[in-house]
Design a protein around this ligand. Structure first.
Ligand SMILES: Cc1cc2nc3c(=O)[nH]c(=O)nc-3n(C[C@H](O)[C@H](O)[C@H](O)COP(=O)(O)O)c2cc1C
Length: 158
């Protein structure tokens, strides 16, 4: 099953999680929005779309990609992921950030956790994230188990 992982990332955390997903999907192709050009989607059987949350809203490039490619994505096996420190099972981050038809169509959707690396943040955000995470060190809630579960659901009946 030829798979493309399309993602957005501001501080680099989602890039490493997207690479884990691509690896778990047997060396899927990666496409970082705003950095890479988007390949011809016709050549893929499965497309994964995801991005990180900032104050409850997914990275705008990931949201725009999903919205702009609804018709194409409805023809594919689809996975939607959200990266965020919250790492919960809540449905609301999906309904707030992806078109409803895509959520219904998706074979897998998962909040996979997020990464906060203070080295990548400006002073204000460092202080903000220190207050939220209670640490000024690198902090990750990324769940390899959730990534495996997400990819397993996509690979099922492939
Ligand atoms: C300004 C800011 C706002 C954030 N807001 C949320 C949020 O609302 N929910 C959440 O779960 N994580 C939130 N996070 C955590 C990020 O989603 C997480 O660090 C993510 O891995 C960042 O991805 P990136 O490094 O690819 O940009 C926030 C982080 C920052 C810096």
């Amino acid at each position: 099953m030829k798979t493309l992982v399309v993602f957005a990332s501001k501080y680099g955390g989602t890039r490493s999680s997207a690479a884990k997903i691509a690896n778990e999907m047997n060396q899927a192709q990666l496409c970082e929005l705003e950095k890479d050009s988007v390949p011809d989607l016709n050549q893929f059987d499965c497309i994964v779309v995801g991005g990180p949350l900032y104050a409850g809203a997914i990275h705008k490039a990931a949201a725009a990609f999903a919205k702009d490619h609804v018709d194409m994505l409805l023809k594919k096996k689809l996975g939607l992921f959200i990266a965020g420190l919250e790492n919960s099972e809540r449905e609301e981050p999906f309904t707030a950030n992806f078109p409803e038809v895509l959520i219904e169509h998706a074979s897998a959707k998962e909040m996979i956790g997020g990464i906060c690396d203070p080295k990548t943040l400006n002073f204000f955000l460092k202080m903000l994230m220190r207050a939220i995470t209670k640490t000024s060190d690198y902090h990750s809630t990324v769940s390899d188990e959730k990534i495996r579960k997400f990819c397993g659901a996509l690979k099922a009946n492939a």
